[in-house]
Each structure stands twice: as C-alpha cells, then as structure tokens.
Write a protein that binds this ligand. Structure first.
Ligand code: IMP
Ligand code: MG
Length: 172
C-alpha cells in the first residue's frame, strides 16, 4: 500500500464545509428545482453528503467519464462512459465533482452539456488545485483549495483504493 501519511482535511472539517455549501446552494436556487449531476466515481461521498444538505426539490443523475492516456493525471481527451439518464432541457444543472486539477475534464463536460438547453449549468467541487490549471475554469462552489499534492480519500483514489476514507489525505 502507498504511504498515506497524514490527515489533510478531517472528517469534521469536510462535513462542516459540505453543510455550508448546501446552505449556499439552497439560498442561491431558492424557489427553483435542481438537478445534481455527480461525476462517477469520485463524487460519490460528496454527492451523498451534499444532497442531504440542500433544502430544495432535488433530483440526481450521474455521468462517468474516462480520460485517455491512463496514469494518475488526466490527458484532456475525455470519453463519455456513461451519459445522463435524464433530459436537462430547462433544468438547473449543478455538476458535482471531487476535485478540479487541470480543469480539462470539466471544461470538456461543460461544453458537452451546454448544447442541451439547460436553464443553468454550474459546478460544485469538493477540492480545487488552482495551481495545476491548464484552462480558464472556475468552480461556482468549492470546498477547499489544496496544494499540488496527490490527494486520496472522500471519493478520491489511488488506483481505485482509499475512496472510502472519511477524511482527505495525500500520497507521499
Ligand atoms: P482534471 O481534468 O485534470 O481537472 O482532472 C480531474 C480528475 O482527475 C478528477 O476528477 C480526479 O478523478 C482526477 N484527479 C485529479 N487530481 C487528483 C488527485 O490529487 N487525486 C486523485 N485523483 C485526482
Ligand atoms: Mg473524477
């Protein structure tokens, strides 16, 4: 197993921040319906926690993408492995992501979804690594900004391991 050395963001810190984001989303979309679109698999814990902190009429859907090229970093060439089940015409869509690194995946997804007539299209990410950005992309909601470390836990994996950790750690 890898050297998972320390807790970077504790379970308590994560839960507190998710509740704050949920309250902000509730206020921002007051009186509206919302479709949360989780990006598999990393968004699963954040999605599950966030949806329960939003006091609106919420529906959920999922997409799965994979970036060609393998390795731990994205190549920017994105393949849609699973598309949305639902029609997003006229809907408020909030993409729920685990982390934004280069920004290439979400940049592609935003473009991919923007032609489908959504009423609004925004991004919520638990983590953001702004120092790694290759495209001009800013999340509308962000849990925490992190340094250029390889992060695991709370949905984030190293070769599919460590997703279940309730806190955020990093690999040395
Ligand atoms: P981007 O296209 O470079 O923004 O990459 C986004 C995706 O790369 C995320 O959804 C993650 O799946 C993965 N990723 C980026 N940084 C990390 C990390 O530090 N740990 C685990 N996965 C990461
Ligand atoms: Mg991901």
């Amino acid at each position: 197993m890898a050297n998972i050395s320390e807790v970077l963001i504790s379970e308590e810190q994560l839960q507190k921040r998710v509740a704050e984001i949920g309250a902000q989303v509730t206020a921002d979309y007051k009186g509206e319906d919302l479709l949360l679109v989780g990006i598999l698999k990393g968004s699963v814990p954040f999605m599950a926690d966030l949806m329960r902190k939003i006091d609106l009429n919420v529906k959920i859907d999922f997409m799965q993408v994979s970036s060609y090229g393998g390795g731990t970093r994205t190549s920017g060439v994105v393949q849609i492995v699973k598309d949305l089940d639902s029609d997003i015409t006229g809907k408020n869509v909030l993409i729920v992501e685990d982390i934004i690194d280069s920004g290439l995946t979400l940049d592609y997804l935003k473009t991919y979804l923007s032609g489908r007539g959504a009423k609004s299209l925004k991004i919520a990410t638990m983590l953001d690594k702004p120092s790694r950005r290759k495209v001009d992309l800013k999340p509308d909601y962000c849990g925490f900004q992190v340094d250029d470390l390889f992060i695991v836990g709370y949905g984030l994996d190293l070769d599919q391991d460590y997703r279940q950790l309730p806190y955020i750690s990093w690999v040395k």
